[in-house]
Write a protein that binds this ligand. Structure first.
Ligand SMILES: [Zn+2]
Ligand SMILES: [Zn+2]
Length: 157
């Protein structure tokens, strides 16, 4: 079992979860989210069913603006502010406070990259939300320590 498990990416396969529409039923809300420098990106620039959205700065060669995404896990609602949206375009995603780009941690199935929005102020990849740099791509992932702990309990270490 160990060899196969390692080939499949080891613990990464265990704690990565692709978010789907059905996840909305869980009513799980992202209540904390930070840039690599520890700025909270939750703001009332966009409010979704009473919850503050995750606010991101988008930039390409010619323009910049804001994207606010719903903090409700599985909810694909997003709001573009001052940004002309060209579906399929790949943009840089950065912190609206300090401009630091969110780090790329993986490839998206669409061919672009996923960036990590940290759900703890430790800026650790084991606790983050992954969103795609391609406009119009709704692939997103949830990486959580809870799953990592579950896995620890299985005694592989
Ligand atoms: Zn920042
Ligand atoms: Zn994508």
């Amino acid at each position: 079992m160990a060899i196969n498990w390692l080939l499949q990416g080891g613990h990464q396969a265990q704690n990565r979860e692709v978010i789907s529409d059905q996840d909305k039923e869980r009513r799980e809300i992202i209540k904390e989210c930070y840039c690599p420098n520890g700025h909270s990106i939750l703001s009332d620039a966009g409010v979704f069913q009473g919850h503050h959205g995750l606010t991101l700065k988008l930039r390409n060669k010619s323009r910049e603006g804001l994207l606010v995404i719903s903090p409700i896990v599985g909810d694909n609602e997003r709001l573009f502010i001052d940004f002309e949206r060209v579906p399929g375009e790949i943009v840089e995603i950065s912190c609206p406070t300090c401009d630091q780009p969110f780090p790329i941690y993986n490839a998206c199935p669409c061919g672009a990259h996923l960036v990590a929005l940290f759900t703890s102020d430790k800026a650790h990849f084991s606790k983050c939300v992954g969103v795609c740099q391609r406009l119009g791509c709704l692939h997103s992932e949830l990486l959580s320590q809870r799953d990592l702990r579950l896995y620890n309990r299985q005694d592989y270490f």
